[in-house]
Ligand binder design. Structure first.
Ligand code: C2E
Ligand code: CA
Ligand code: CA
Length: 563
């Protein structure tokens, strides 16, 4: 590939001369002042291999050009040769200060010029290589290791010191972005450099040790295992140092500690564990370090296990539909049911949806599960119809994540067509807080489902932010009021929450929206709900979620058990 050289010179004759000298060997670009040269460099910085610049030019002279060029880390790897008229050592010193690589003198000697250009290009390639190699190992801001090198060095240290027990630390500044926005980025960078210096200082007292900047304000340290008392003293030292560094702001640091048991485990996993522990600090002044315990990791490991098991579970039909009946308070008769999924695993028994639904929502698998539940529910309704039963409607849940599936409405509609299920038997529950995620799209989807004949229930009403007022322009048919939000009977707040519930029900009536009270467990609750005119209830007091067979017996043979 032919190298490109940029010639910056206002004197046309001199410029032509340089072009002629270089032309056979290089691809030559021209500019007649520093400003134009910078424009070209910004556009073609990856193409230009070297620059020859004059010093005295209109608009932007060579010094100014060099100054701008040297302040940009991207441009300053391109070598610049300055052309001077006489031996002017003062200018040369100034140019060297701005990072000039070499000089050529007028009148021009073609051979010398070609040699110098060739030399700087070769040197710059080495320079860039070295710089790259540096960046592969060291953080350019602080000069300490980056995570990759830290991982490498830590492994080595663990291997070379089999008799020493180690711990891995995750250190960061609590709300570093606040510090950044108060003092500006430059000061933020300075603070990060200061912390790196603190770690260099630490290295003088503790051996063996490895440390690095993981990212932003986050640092990793690996050193011999110490007890809580020692760690507290270390953090006190750090805090004292930070206090002395910045007196106008209370810099608060957090530390997570992971005691390394399995030395063969992956270092990034150790960092994750330490990070998890550091999360426990939550910016506390009193306890600014935490030592990792298994409990902290449990939920994460469980989540991972859940993801791993999901696909298999789908195939093996480990997901089972349960039905929880809904009753009318007017006559205590069963009027329908909600489908609630259960995961029956061969080894861990029944896993509750509270455990796995949030995991599935994070990784998107929930869309698959939702679809599975909808399809199984349609099949169930179909089987009832085929057996000549006149079933009650069934409601299924729509995860807030499924709302992001642009084909959701069609998928539901297609399922009802496929199983020939009347839309009024297939109701849909969407949690209240989903409406705030994406109100317009959701309103549209819900309206469309209503047009197909489905009933829309707003789940967990009262748990989020939506006021009754917003109900007017949202397409729902039924409110599900969660009794979780009710204070226990006999408690101080009972009267207050009862009056809120009563008002919600009254206002819902004004809007012609029926209310289902969920999670009803006590007789007193039932009586209260009746007294304020709530129409429907669902809760353990009446029936728990149950397998399909049990529901069929209850719903289609014995119509009411609570008379
Ligand atoms: P949800 O939609 O609010 O469902 C009601 C939950 O309250 C169910 O918990 C039900 O078993 C429970 N419950 C009913 N009556 C009572 C009672 O009297 N007392 C108490 N303490 N609890 C009662 P479950 O089955 O564990 O489901 C939890 C959540 O998981 C559901 O809350 C729903 O958000 C989600 N979920 C369950 N099945 C599915 C599903 O098939 N798809 C989707 N997307 N989410 C589901
Ligand atoms: Ca529900
Ligand atoms: Ca609910």
């Amino acid at each position: 590939m032919e190298n490109t050289v940029l010639v910056v010179e206002d004197n046309e004759i001199n410029r032509e001369l340089l072009v002629t000298i270089l032309e056979g060997t290089y691809n030559v670009l021209e500019a007649d002042n520093g400003k134009k040269a910078l424009d070209i460099l910004w556009k073609l910085k990856n193409k230009v291999s070297a620059v020859i610049t004059d010093l005295i030019m209109p608009e932007m002279d060579g010094f100014q050009f060099l100054e701008e060029y040297s302040s940009s880390p991207e441009l300053s790897t391109i070598p610049v040769i300055v052309s001077t008229s006489q031996s002017d050592s003062e200018s040369e010193v100034k140019c060297l200060g701005y990072g000039a690589w070499d000089f050529i003198k007028k009148p021009y000697n073609a051979e010398i010029i070609r040699f110098r250009v060739k030399n700087v290009i070769e040197r710059s390639e080495l320079y860039v290589l070295r710089k790259l190699r540096y960046q592969e190992q060291f953080d350019t801001l602080t000069g300490i290791y980056i995570q990759n090198m830290f991982v490498h060095q830590t492994k080595k240290m663990l291997k070379e010191n089999p008799d020493i027990e180690f711990m891995l630390l995750h250190f960061d500044i609590y709300q570093f972005q606040v510090y950044n926005s108060v003092f500006g980025r430059r000061e933020g960078d300075k603070l990060i450099c200061h912390i790196a210096d603190m770690l260099r200082e630490l290295e003088k007292h503790i051996k063996p040790v490895t440390y690095c900047r993981i990212e932003a304000d986050v640092f990793g340290i690996c050193m011999p295992r110490k007890d809580g008392e020692f760690i507290q003293r270390l953090m006190d030292e750090f805090q004292k140092d930070l206090k002395a560094y910045q007196r106008d702001y209370n810099i608060l640091s957090n530390l997570g500690v992971f005691y390394i048991e399995d030395r063969e485990a992956s270092v990034p996993a150790m960092i994750d564990h330490a990070k998890l522990a550091s999360k426990e600090c939550k910016g506390s002044y009193i306890q600014n370090y935490y030592i990792y315990t298994e409990q902290m990791g449990k939920s994460i490991e469980e989540a991972q296990a859940i993801v791993n098991d999901m696909e298999q579970a789908m195939k093996e039909e480990q997901f089972v539909l349960y039905l929880q009946p809904k009753y009318s308070l007017a006559d205590y008769r069963l009027k329908g049911a909600e489908v609630l999924i259960r995961w029956v695993t061969p080894d861990k028994g029944m896993v509750s949806p509270g455990k796995f639904i949030p995991v599935f929502e994070k990784n998107g698998l929930i869309m698959k599960l939702d679809y599975y539940v909808w399809e199984q529910s349609c099949r169930l309704i179909r089987s009832w119809l085929d057996r000549g039963i006149k079933p009650f409607p069934v409601s299924v849940n729509i995860s807030r994540v499924s709302m992001y599936n642009p084909r959701m409405v069609e998928e539901i509609h297609e399922l009802t067509l496929k199983y020939d299920v009347p839309a009024e038997l297939f109701q849909l529950e969407l949690t209240e807080s989903a409406y705030t995620d994406n109100p317009e799209a959701i309103k549209r989807a819900m309206r469309q489902l209503q047009e197909y004949g489905h009933t829309i229930l707003m789940d967990d009403f009262g748990s989020g932010y939506s006021s009754l007022n917003t109900l007017k322009d949202i397409s729902v048919d039924v409110l599900k009021l969660d009794m979780k939000f009710m204070a226990a009977s006999g408690s101080e707040n009972q009267k207050r929450s009862e009056s809120i519930v009563a008002n919600v029900i009254r206002l819902a009536k004004d809007l012609d929206l029926p209310v289902i009270a969920e999670g009803v467990e006590e007789k007193e609750q039932v009586e209260f709900l009746s007294s304020v005119g709530c129409e429907y209830v669902q809760g353990y007091y009446f029936a728990k979620p149950m397998p399909v067979k049990e529901y069929e017996t209850l719903a289609f043979q014995v119509e009411s058990v609570f008379r």
